[in-house]
Unconditional design. Structure first.
Length: 192
């Protein structure tokens, strides 16, 4: 019981700080799809604008600040998450790559670039995804192996506090279909 209480207190102390969505955009007409609004992360001037092709869905856990799926409809989809956390860049990149069995080093790409005034680390890895069915890295559960999966991710070094983590993962073919939009979104991150 004490361990469970300590875990709850720890998780609440590292819970995401939150974001606000820019509400200055007009409401869409009933016959038009809803527009995905930019994220402005609390305590910063960092804004990220997700692609319109991504559908907003409720986050699966409290560590996720924003969650999307692509495509908007259909049996198979990608899970796309925005979250903030601590830990070193290298440790998080290694953890992401470690979530894949059978990934080939020559096909795994890790890059560092500058977007405006921000440093961004990108990861592209494929193989058999070890999908934790638990409550995230602090409460792992059974693992389900997902073959032919791919993840593209970005870690944004935030000007204050916790880094921003953006991940899109799922079947390889669906990741390929949204990769250009993902890259455009990352390259369009602003810090004004």
């Amino acid at each position: 019981m004490r361990l469970r209480l300590a875990l709850v207190l720890f998780l609440s102390s590292v819970a995401p700080i939150g974001y606000t969505q820019d509400s200055s955009a007009e409401k869409p007409a009933a016959d038009k799809p809803a527009e995905v609004k930019p994220f402005l992360f609390d305590g910063t001037n960092v804004t990220v604008t997700p692609p319109a092709s991504w559908k907003t869905v409720p986050p699966k856990n409290q560590m996720v600040e924003g969650e999307f799926r692509f495509p908007a409809e259909g049996k198979e989809s990608l899970r796309i998450t925005f979250s903030r956390s601590g830990g070193s860049i290298d440790a998080n990149v290694k953890r992401w790559i470690g979530q894949f069995e059978g990934s080939k080093a020559e096909e795994t790409k890790v890059e560092k670039k500058t977007v405006g005034t921000l440093t961004v680390h990108t990861v592209d890895v494929a193989g058999t995804y070890l999908d934790s069915m638990g409550g995230g890295p602090f409460a792992p559960g059974p693992t389900k192996k997902q073959e032919n999966y791919r993840m593209i991710g970005a870690i944004v070094e935030m000007p204050k506090g916790q880094n921003l983590f953006i991940k899109a993962y799922g079947p390889k073919d669906l990741v390929e279909k949204t990769k250009a939009d993902f890259d455009k979104m990352v390259d369009g991150i602003t810090n004004k």
